[in-house]
Structures are given as structure tokens and as C-alpha cells.
Design a protein around this ligand. Sequence first.
Ligand code: LR7
Ligand code: MN
Length: 588
Amino acid sequence: MRITNVRSGRIIRIGSACAILVILIYTLFNYSRSEAVSGELGERTFDVHPEQYKSHKDVYPVLKTELGNFEPRNKRSVNGPGEGGRPYNMPQDRANDIAEAESEYGMNIAASDDIAMNRTIPDTRLDECKYWHYPENLPSTSVIIVFHNEGFTVLMRTVHTVIDRSPPNILHEIILVDDFSDKENLKENLDNYIKRWNGKVRLIRNAQREGLIRTRSRGAQEATGEVIVFLDAHCEVNLNWLPPLLAPIYRDYRTMTVPVIDGIDHRTFEYRPVYSHGTNYRGIFEWGMLYKENEVPDREASLHKHSSEPYKSPTHAGGLFAINRKYFLKIGAYDPGLLVWGGENFELSFKIWQCGGSIEWVPCSRVGHVYRAFMPYSFGNLAKNRKGSLITINYKRVIETWFDEEHKEYFYTREPMARFLDMGDISEQVALKEKLQCKSFGWFMENVAYDVYDKFPKLPKNIHWGMVKNKASGLCMDTMGKAAPSYIGTSACHGAGNNQLFRLNEAGQLGVGERCVEADNDSVKQAICRLGTVDGPWSYDEDLNQLIHRLHSFCLTLQPHSKTLALAPCDPNNTYQKWTITHKKPNW
Ligand code: LR7
Ligand code: MN
């Protein structure tokens, strides 16, 4: 098995929703056709052309030998900064501008400012995509873009590409929702700029900061199209991106669709595919609720004749998707108790799947997204009076609503601190789940997210968790905030955050976050845990307080002079080999 990290050109960003570990499993595709049609329509209170659900005639895209009905006929070839999606390397004398832009926006807005709004980008689709013909009368669409302090040209390029690359009769409107930005050029300047679109682009502004989750729900309320498409405020949609996204929704209003996301480099604005050509991935998760991607398993791939066809996915990254507006509102939009950023992608996914809908990824719809260097904004007042990680609070709300007891246990094993977090009141979410008669999480795991277990098996219980404190020195094991793989260090014990929070499980795995502690004679490292495994070499001697590496039969030792960690022959009298692993209920 090979593990590949994609996003930002094969870089993993751990600890954010963009921390995507793509797992390449080379599967043999079995081309046998079976129709993934939902025959039963359920309650229909929507204005989504009921007659089309009675017969499935004319609602399916058809692959022909002639160019697709929505394919652009004329292609441009232009020279200039960033044209063709090529990297734009700014001259050396602009180094200060670049540094300033990067630190203010997490991306090089100075480069974006030099690049044409309607620049050309490479067509990253499979060639086959050009030959699909879609139903002509696809549903009218509102594109919703929420933003907080985004770079002006990046935000406007998102709008320009949507206008330029969407069929005008299908694109009903673009709604920009300003989540209380304070940048000057996003005020009057923006009001004036969008006038060129004669009302097709609408701008609404929050009276206070709401966070992206509530802001999106507001956009959905305000929209008047039949389908809504959400985009982050730093995207470029690719050729003929919209019809393939709409076709599955037109067929069944309970299907949410997700484009395949390409990468736009935050420094050079190079536009490039994230996945290797022709391979399909889908969204999954690990038990700490970090978003992951996995090559589409055979069980799903074998249902499709063409690799350009949409396929089912357990979840999605969060930012870019299309959904029938009334359906989105009927299933409660997003849980309004979710705060600012994170976990909403899982909430919506579990809700859709468990309550009768489905999620499809659409290989012929491609949208570029700028992966930032870091998150440039704070959570502001929204994080006030919240103890502990806001994102983990969101995860807790989602898992307490949608998981069953067995799976909740895996989450708390992986994120033991989450037990102590105050998630607020979820009774309305639970009532909604009852009302919609949603299926169990077990059903979801067995029928939809079955590939999660292959990579992230059920977790054995923790024997001990918390700070790993050395008796002789009083120091604690510490990740030192470094990215894996790297050495594990030691520092004064504080137990705050996650850097000193280790877990030893029944199967001998010593973990910290999604990493595992690995050791040889002269070093102790953290590395991403081997996929598909939950065991490890460690055991804890309760009497001698030793952490024993069973493979080497050596003990974990703090080296007195360097304060670094190593393995050494076990010596019951050596207090540098004695460790306690303890946690306290946090003092919140
Ligand atoms: O308080 C805020 N208010 C906002 O309106 C914070 C952000 N925002 C806006 C922001 O301007 C942007 O347009 O919300 C949008 C998303 O914020 P980002 O771009 O900072 O998020 P992200 O790209 O780092 O994170 C991903 O996970 C988020 C979890 O809540 C959202 O779902 C993002 O939409 C999502 N992005 C994607 O899925 C794009 C693909 C990246 C990956 C993986
Ligand atoms: Mn984003």
C-alpha cells in the first residue's frame, strides 16, 4: 500500500479540515453496470418537477461521440501572469509585498492582483467528460459565496469564473454573504464593482460575525434558485463545471453533489490537479474526525461503467457542493449550534445519508481552491466564553447527534478531552433526527462508509491517557508542536492543548493525536500511525512505572544531559525510566 498526501501539491496540513491523507489503494476496476436509481420518491413537497421522477427518461446524462451540449466551443490562448494556470513567480523586488500579503491573507494577494480575472486555466477533466450530454432544462441555480476578510481580487475572480463558465439561463444569481469583514476595500468598492452584473450578483452583509457555518445557512435562506451551490471565496470554477453537478440533483432532489477540487497554489496561483489523472477519490474520516480521502473502493467503482461518472461518497471536505435548496432547508440546513469553522461537513453528510439522501462526487465538475498557508483570521468574539477547542466542540455536537454508542466510544478514545467539553443543547438536532426517521449510524457505516474501517479500524480502549511525566526530571513528553515525522521532545508539564496528550491503548499503541510513538535505540519519534492498524509495541509496567518497548525489550528513558528520549536496557532502579501517565479533569 502506498500512502500519498495530496492538497497543496502533496503537502498535508494536519489539524485542519484540509488535513487530507489520501490513501491510494490500487484496485482492479470491475466494469459491470448497475443503475443507481432511487425508485421511491418519498414525500414530495418541492417544486422540483415531479413528473421527472416518475419516469427516468431524459433525466440521465448520455455519453455520445459528439461534443457535449454544454461544452464551450471556443477556447482562448492568452499570455500573461498566471495564464494557462501557470505559476506566476513575482520578481524578487516584490518580496516584501509577497510577505505582507501572505501574512495578512494566508495567500499571495499581490500575485492575484496581477493576474487577469478571466485568466485561462488548464482543463483538468478526463477527456471523456467533454462528450457527456446533459438534460437541457436543468434547475435554476444560486451560487452562494460566504466570505470574511478575503482578498478582493481572489473573491472577484471566483465570481468572474462562475459568470464566465456557467450557462447563463441556468445561473440564476450569485449571492455574496459578507461575514462582517472589516477590510476597507470590501465595503463601497465591492458594492460598486458588482454593479456591472446588473443585479445578477447580490451582496448581503451580516450585522455581526456569524462564522462560515451560520453565514452559509443565511445565504441558503436568501437564495431564490432551485439549487444552491456553495463555494469558498477563493475558487476558480473550471470549464463546464455546473451541468454535471446539477444532473444528479435533477434526477433526485435528495442527492447532494460535490465537484472534484483542484489546487491553486497560495504563493504562485498555479492551478493544478490534486489527484493523479483518472483516479477517483472519496471523502472519509478518522475517529478524531479529521477529514481524509480514500481511493474509491471496488464496491462502489464496480457500479460504474465510466470513471467519469458520479460516484457515492460518505462525506466531503466541506466548502464546495450543490444541493436542492428546499431539501437543504427541510433537513434543517446546518445545525445552528455549530460555531464558526469545522465539523459542518460531517453534520450535513451524516444527516443526508442517514435521513434518506445521498452524496455523489462528480469527476467531470472541477473547481480550483486556494489552499492557504495558514488560517489568517481569528474566531473573534465567537470563541469567547468557550473553553477548549471550538472545532472539537463542533465535532462533539455532531457525533452526539448522529453516532451510536459504539462509535461515540471511538471518538472519545481518540479525543479523550472531548468528554469534558460543553457542547450546548442538541435536543433540537435529536428531535429532527426523530422527525425525519433517520437511519442508524451503524447502517451508514455498513452501507456507505464501509471503507473507513479498512484504514481506521475500531479503536481499542485506552489503558492510560494524559501527560507522560518522567519521575527523575519532572518533565513531560511533548510533540513540541512539530509536524510528523519528527522527534518527540520533553518540556515542563502543563497538560494544556494537545502536545502533551498521549494515549496508551490496550493493543500497545502509544498515540498522540493521529500520530504514533515509534522508537529505536537512540531516538523516539512521532509518525502518522500505520493505516489499518491500531496496535503497537508499548506496554506499561504498573509496578515499576516503566514504558516498555516489547519488540526491543527496552525501556523508554530520558537522557539526563540532553533531555532527549531514547530506549535503553530496563533498569528497575533508574528513575529516568519511570513514567506516570495521568490526566485531570480540566479546570474549566
Ligand atoms: O468566520 C468565518 N466566516 C466566513 O465567512 C470564516 C470563514 N468564512 C469564509 C471564508 O472567507 C471562506 O470563503 O468561509 C469560507 C471557508 O473558510 P476557509 O477558506 O478559511 O476554510 P478552509 O478552506 O480552510 O476549510 C474547509 O473546511 C471548512 C470547515 O468549516 C469549510 O467547510 C471550508 O469551506 C472548507 N474548504 C473546502 O472544503 C475547500 C477544499 C479544502 C479542503 C480540504
Ligand atoms: Mn477555503
